[in-house]
Design a protein around this ligand. Structure first.
Ligand code: RIB
Length: 312
């Protein structure tokens, strides 16, 4: 049987400018190229989970513009049902303006558009399919009260909850206590823990703070520095998985790819270390390609990369 993942989150159209460097204030800079690519953390994570072989229940909002319609069509091409995605009338689809420099680093500005309209009624309307899933995945590009409501519904129905608190915002301890898997990058971990994360040791300290605040499993993704996985309750259950050495083209969506792949591996009852390695393999492939959903690999490629490391 396919793993079944529920995602409550955002859909954006990414407007990507490839540029030699980030322009200074007041400067006009000619870039290399422009690309319009499907994105949004919720959609990226749903697509990643679908490409890893999961069945998806995805609750989101788009506008009644061309970006919204093309986002729905793209999700359908990945086998994701769109009947729980509301097309909000007289509203723009979420847009992300992305500057991508020659080092593969990005700067993103969001205009939430229809994502800001996602509400509890949308969750209630989809509750039957949401609660059929094994795991709920959320991020913070949607209104916080809607995300917290979805988490409450999931816990009441016995689902595990994976929260990717991105973009970072303050969360109460009682929210962290509802999260089975808190998956975040070093910036978000620094913000939520008050500990600056720069390496494996500082990531472990941050994970301990987050666990003292109530989180269960904490996974901190740190790009080339690897991934810190902290299981609950025992310092010896924290370990750093080194990063793959890959040619970085664009990091956009790599964290989302990690989340989607990790969710599927957890739903398949893979042991956490193996699940994290699987997710890391998926993210490593994602950074080698331009864009968010254009870079998310399919399962066969992810398994091939992971197996090449395991058999070394
Ligand atoms: O995490 C990457 C995503 O962040 C992009 O696709 C962009 O839409 C923003 O939401």
């Amino acid at each position: 049987m396919k793993p079944h993942i529920a995602v409550v989150g955002s859909i954006n159209m990414d407007l990507v400018f490839r540029t030699p460097r980030i322009p200074a204030a007041g400067e006009t800079l000619t870039g290399h190229s422009f690309h319009q690519i499907q994105g949004g953390k919720g959609a990226n994570q749903a697509v990643a989970a679908a490409r890893m072989g999961a069945e998806l229940s995805f609750v989101a909002c788009v506008g009644d513009d061309g970006f919204g319609t093309s986002s729905l069509r793209a999700l359908e091409q990945d086998g994701i049902a769109t009947n729980t995605i509301r097309q909000v009338t007289q509203c723009a689809t979420g847009v992300a303006g992305i500057l991508l420099d020659d080092a593969g680093q990005n700067r993103i500005v969001l205009a939430p558009g229809a994502n800001a309209q996602l509400n509890k009624v949308d969750i209630d309307a989809a509750i039957h399919t949401l609660t059929q899933a094994q795991l709920l995945v959320c991020q913070l590009e949607s209104p916080l009260d809607t995300v917290l409501y979805a988490i409450d519904c999931a816990k009441n129905a016995g689902l595990a909850v994976l929260l990717n608190p991105a973009p970072a915002q303050a969360l109460e301890d009682k929210v962290l206590a509802q999260v089975d898997y808190l998956v975040l990058n070093e910036t978000e971990a620094s913000f939520l823990s008050g500990q600056t994360v720069t390496d494996g040791a500082s990531a472990q300290s941050a994970a301990e703070v987050l666990q003292q605040r109530g989180a269960n499993v904490v996974v901190i993704t740190m790009g080339a520095l690897g991934v810190l996985v902290a299981e609950k309750g025992n310092a010896s259950l924290a370990y750093l998985l080194p990063a793959y050495a890959v040619n970085v083209v664009d990091t956009t969506g790599a964290g989302d790819t990690f989340v989607g792949a990790l969710a599927v591996a957890i739903a398949e009852a893979q042991e956490l270390r193996a699940a994290s390695m699987f997710a890391q393999s998926a993210a490593a492939l994602a950074v080698t390609q331009l864009g968010a959903q254009t870079s998310i690999p399919h399962r066969k490629a992810v398994e091939a990369l992971r197996n090449s490391v395991i058999t070394l």
